[in-house]
Every structure is written in structure tokens, then in C-alpha cells.
Design a binder for this molecule. Structure first.
Ligand code: GUN
Length: 283
């Protein structure tokens, strides 16, 4: 029977650690501040943004909310981002994605000052990660590594297989696993014999967006299985990319959905805000 990796518990520990750091900065006269921009009112985005605000409240980070209309022009949004770049009192800037189709997401991401890029999506942050330089690491991949570390799951020298090659999860988590000395394979929709490749994994990361896709046939006995999916099953119930019931008796460790990787993303965002304040405010 697998160890169930409790992302909710670990994320709580991290938020408590952040809370102490935020309080210590406050003693030095620094109020860690995150600006969150939401364009339009996509319901999923509203939930995510609400959770980010709650985490800020809990950790003592000041949050500035910009909820702006769906028909905001790209120029107006870029102007807002630039004004936040220029503000001394703003440490982190997060533009909730997806943006409406008339706005170029890449252009917006590239306009965020790399010093305030708490999402870690700016090409400078991505480049720094790839070349082993210090910089912001995007929150979900950082959360995955943190979970593995806190559960003493060794990465060094082990076979790590990532299913999915997105810019926000698959690629950056592969870079991070490599940085931790894992032997990394990245699989995607064109991979021949996915099952056989996945079965090589000591650590299997699944981020493909297909409900309950990975069953026990994809895993080796004792593997650590990290599920990044947020899907709905045939009854509309929240589930992951991994068929939890199928793998739980074969895996060595597995993350549930909900309560696995999800809560870690926001905890790591809070960490990135403290890192941003430390970078810019020279403490
Ligand atoms: N939309 C879904 N996840 C994220 C995230 O981590 N950051 C931003 N900015 N938008 C998202």
C-alpha cells in the first residue's frame, strides 16, 4: 500500500514558515506585497485568484487585487503591468492565465519585470532555471520537488519520467529533476510505447490533463507517482490524471487529487513572494 502524500499538510507547514518570514520582514519595515491581476471573470480563475488572496491573508502578505473587465485592451493591461513594475512597494506581479483571446499572453508575461516574476513564467526565469542560475521557479514544479524532498523521496541517480511537456509543468519539472541529479525522460503524445517508458520510472510525474489516464499498468512496483491533473471523472467529480484506486496498492507513494500537488502551488507562490522581497529590497 502506497504512502499517501499529503500536499495539504505540507503546504500548511510551508505557509506557516512563510508567515514567520513575512512577520520578520515586517519588523524591518518591509511589507511583502503581491499584485494579482485578473482580466474578465472566468469562474475557474476567480476560484484560483480567491485562493491566492486567502493564502496572502494567512501568511501576512499584502495583496493588491486588480479585477479588470474582459474587454480591457492589451495596451491597457500592459500599462497596468508597467505601473506595477515601477512601484517600489510591489514585490510580486501575477497575471492570472488564461487571458482573453485578444490579448497576447507572451507579450504580457514578457512585460512583467523579471525581478517581480513570482509565477516564474518570464523567459529570463525559464532561462535561469535551464542554466542553473538563481531565479524564480514556477510554482507547481517547485511544489512537486518540495513534496518529494519533504517525503524523503530520493531524486539523485533515480529514473524520473515526466508525462506531459507543457511550459508550465512538464518542461520546468524536467529541468528541476535534472538539477537534482535525476535521470529524466519526458514523454508526450508522440511517445512510442508510453506504458513501457513510464514503467521505468522510480518517480513518475503525470501532467497531461486526461482523467484517470495512468493505471497500475503504467507503473513499476514501489514507484512514487505524482499526479498534477485537475480533471473531472464521468460523474463530474474532481479527479487527477492518475487512476488513484488502480495505482495505490502498487505504488510506493502517490499524491491524491484533491489534496496533493494542488495546494503546493499556492504555498510555493507565497515562498516566491518572500524571495522577491528579499531580492529587490536588499535584506
Ligand atoms: N492559471 C492556472 N494556473 C496558473 C498559475 O499558476 N499562474 C497564473 N498566472 N495563471 C494560472
Amino acid at each position: 500500500m502506497a504512502v499517501i502524500i499529503d500536499g495539504k499538510k505540507v503546504s500548511q507547514e510551508i505557509k506557516d514558515e512563510v508567515k514567520e518570514k513575512v512577520a520578520a520582514l515586517k519588523e524591518k519595515g518591509i511589507e511583502v506585497t503581491l499584485a494579482v491581476i485578473q482580466v474578465g471573470n472566468d469562474p475557474a480563475s476567480t476560484v484560483y485568484v480567491g485562493n491566492k488572496k486567502k493564502a496572502c491573508e494567512y501568511t501576512g502578505i499584502r495583496s493588491l487585487a486588480y479585477e479588470i473587465p474582459e474587454d480591457t485592451t492589451e495596451e491597457e493591461l500592459l500599462k497596468l503591468v508597467c505601473s506595477l513594475n515601477d512601484r517600489e512597494d510591489v514585490d510580486g506581479i501575477l497575471v492570472q492565465l488564461p487571458l482573453p483571446p485578444h490579448i497576447n499572453e507572451d507579450k504580457v508575461i514578457q512585460t512583467i519585470s523579471p525581478e517581480k516574476d513570482v509565477d516564474g513564467f518570464h523567459p529570463q526565469s525559464v532561462g535561469a532555471l535551464s542554466t542553473g542560475q538563481p531565479g524564480f521557479i514556477s510554482c507547481t514544479p517547485a511544489g512537486i520537488i518540495e513534496l518529494l524532498k519533504r517525503y524523503n523521496i530520493q531524486i539523485d541517480g533515480r529514473e524520473c519520467v515526466v508525462i506531459g511537456r507543457s511550459n508550465i509543468v512538464g518542461k520546468p519539472v524536467a529541468m528541476l529533476l535534472l538539477r537534482e541529479n535525476g535521470t529524466v525522460t519526458v514523454c508526450h503524445s508522440h511517445t512510442a510505447d508510453l506504458k513501457e517508458v513510464a514503467k521505468r520510472a522510480d518517480i513518475l510525474i503525470v501532467a497531461i490533463g486526461k482523467a484517470k489516464f495512468v493505471t497500475d499498468e503504467y507503473i513499476k512496483d514501489g514507484a512514487a507517482v505524482i499526479d498534477v491533473g485537475m480533471d473531472r471523472d464521468e460523474n463530474g467529480k474532481l479527479c487527477g490524471d492518475v487512476d488513484f484506486e488502480s495505482v495505490v496498492s502498487k505504488a510506493g507513494a502517490v499524491t491524491p487529487v484533491p489534496g496533493g500537488v494542488g495546494p503546493m502551488t499556492i504555498a510555493m507562490l507565497m515562498c516566491n513572494c518572500v524571495y522577491a522581497a528579499g531580492l529587490r529590497r536588499r535584506v
